[in-house]
Ligand binder design. Structure first.
Ligand SMILES: [Zn+2]
Length: 85
């Protein structure tokens, strides 16, 4: 193993800090059109899971599926996500 490489456990505190915030105030930049917007302004569609779409171009920003085995999150349509603070 490269001496500069650690595993994800080494940033457990950072991960907890990053993902334990109000995500509706996070600013996402759409990977489709490049618009930046509050994540809370995304258009939400509910079905077998949740789909968040860009309010400007309709690009799928994220999908969230909850099951007995856990929560699956895909952020494939988000270019960047800026958390406040
Ligand atoms: Zn867009």
């Amino acid at each position: 193993m490269d001496e500069l490489m650690l595993d994800g456990n080494a940033i457990a505190g950072l991960l907890q800090e990053v993902f334990a915030v109000d995500m509706t105030t996070a600013i996402e930049t759409c990977g489709g059109c490049g618009a930046s917007e509050l994540l809370g302004a995304a258009h939400v569609f509910r079905g077998a899971g949740i789909v968040l779409r860009c309010p400007h171009c309709g690009n799928t920003l994220a999908t969230i599926v909850k099951s007995d085995g856990g929560t699956w999150i895909a952020l494939g349509g988000v270019r960047t996500l800026r958390l406040s603070g």
